[in-house]
Design a protein. Sequence first.
Length: 147
Amino acid sequence: MLSSSLEEYLEIICTMKEEKGQIKPLEISQELQVPLSRVIQAIQRLHYQKYLIYSPYKPLEITDKGREMGQYLLARNKLIEEFLNFLGVEENFESELEAMKQYLSVPSIETIEKFILFTRQYPEVEQRYKKYSKKKTGVSILPRPPE
């Protein structure tokens, strides 16, 4: 599996490739607002791991392995986003999303996927959850966190 920073680079490369066709490291640097040297370093690591084909002064090429991983990462992100939206997470949404992307295992993500598919098949579950989450039940599993 890729590190979270390399995942981010591969995600942006796949997205930009789909939008623009050809992409160069400088465009990635501008998009992510990071120094070109860091982008080149990440691209070289992705090249070494066979996700990209990189040659200086030529547009980047994504390998089949890179395309598959990029599609997986983008789909995973949308799934986790949908899950957090279902739960009604609003506070620190982006940081929660990033944390879940980094730390959830593939089996956990597959379980979330089953849950989301279940709620799509039975939309009344979402309606009941939203209604329940608005109520003040006084029942809790967790103690209050320390100040």
